[in-house]
Design a protein around this ligand. Sequence first.
Ligand SMILES: *Cc1c(COP(=O)(O)O)cnc(C)c1O
Length: 437
Amino acid sequence: MKYYSTNNRYKFFSFEEAITKGLADDGGLFMPESIPNLGKEFIQNLEKKSFVEIAIEVSKHFVCNEIPQSKLEEIISDAINFPAPIIEINKNLFVLELFHGPTLAFKDFGARFLAKIMGYFAQKKKSHLNILVATSGDTGSAVANGFYNTQGINVYILYPKGKVSKIQERQLTSLDKNITALEIDGTFDDCQRLVKTAFVDLELNNKMNLSSANSINIARLLPQSFFYIEAFKQIYDKSLPVVFSVPSGNLGNITAGLLAKKMGLPIHKFIGATNKNDVFTEFIKSGNFKPRASVLTLSNAMDVGNPSNLSRIIDLYSNSIDEIRNDIYSATFTDVQTRETVKRVYKEYDYIIEPHGAVGYLALEKFLKENSEQKFSSVVLETAHPAKFKDEVEQELSVEVEIPERLAKCLSKEKKAVELSSEYKELKKYLIGGYSV
Ligand SMILES: *Cc1c(COP(=O)(O)O)cnc(C)c1O
């Protein structure tokens, strides 16, 4: 399988090149040259397959001969080492829990897969990689965790001092070995600027092999398609058309679902649920893409004003807004509605949903109301564990949100971070000084 950039359909790259580059030199996003068809037999026999077996079969099509079969199996068993269970909270209404990974968010799927794949290619070339990531919270901990203990790769996580939640900070700063947390006296934008400056600093790049673990890397997208298939496996005997509601920000998650549909998974509709950052909802309505600055909301991992994966969706549908609308419905909701929904879902179904999942639930409800003549099997993707938003959730409900053991463990560890100012020369001095050959 070869990969091309969404800005140029005629130049091809290997899987390894697409992973290593992350973003194409022309600024486009990598896409597979063709979408494999999983085949009717594969879909009909899903029930007999484990989550890991499904993931292996799907990724074989995308990796082809660039990673030996036995190695790929090892990578996947290692990356997808937690389940994606479906809970029926009401008749034909399901929640897909994507938070059973080490950092309690669905980003664990993408980050772990990317880390193991990059680790494999680095080891094969016997090269030593240094990964720089700027984070406003969640991405950093999933990436750090994914790369933890990976041979030949050091990870530096830059986060803004005092601007991530206590839980997020503990998740970022409680790892050791090949992971270093850099606490920057500045904003998230400063962290991003520092990382970008480092990537174009020739002197630094001559001294150390730098790489990114960017969210638009195709190896972070592909593994997200696995859990749609795993979810479908758990409900398809209901013989109703299936609808997935996806809390959306940068649109990576919903793009992976669309990819699964193009591979042959029979999904009736995808719902792109947005908060007040509703550029995507506007796009579905008007056909016009108008990026704008993001605003802060309760579902903050969806606060994206310029969703990069939209170019992948447009590419998947060859630029046809009618075909996009055929497969995708979208709706947007406020924080007030989100809060009210956290409360209502608990009252009606005795299920604790966090703010991102609540936005997904609202969009699903709207879709079902507008299509009440038909019956569906409906699935809301719950993208994070409620304990990650403990304060917000407990404010709405008079119950205590239990903290899972893997989070409690990391909360009890000591914070380890290197404090740096937001001046680039200080970061550079630290990286060069701290790098041992
Ligand atoms: C990242 C994230 C999202 C948004 O996913 P995209 O792929 O960026 O659309 C939703 N919920 C949570 C909890 C997230 O961390």
